[in-house]
Design a protein around this ligand. Sequence first.
Ligand SMILES: [Zn+2]
Length: 152
Amino acid sequence: MPAPQCASCHAARAALRRPRSGQALCGACFCAAFEAEVLHTVLAGRLLPPGAVVAVGASGGKDSTVLAHVLRELAPRLGVSLRLVAVDEGIGGYRDAALAAVRRQAARWDLPLTVVAYADLFGGWTMDARAPPSTFPLMGPNRPADSSGASL
Ligand SMILES: [Zn+2]
């Protein structure tokens, strides 16, 4: 069964159905609707005053990647500037790949990036030094490589 036609542009096939509205949209129309909703939310809630410098916590995962991307798209209309901030907890085999993804995002989007490392803040203390990797079964060397480092 072919995908339905996009309910917004009526020109492309729908790529998804929005759970709340049930509306079937193509990728371009979904992105436009999502950005419009974020813009409305930020403006209605007066969340980011014009002139603000907004630090986006960037983990390299999908959530912070989407947040940084949409705020970057909206920054000119909001009158704000962005920068990325990432935390290196010192978890070997986990954070390195995600930080590499954040560095690629910062370079691609031409955004300033600050990486704050536990080792620098806490005199060499890292998560690995504090607790063995088996303490955090979802992190560390056993975590699948494809579960971190999202990109757009
Ligand atoms: Zn469309």
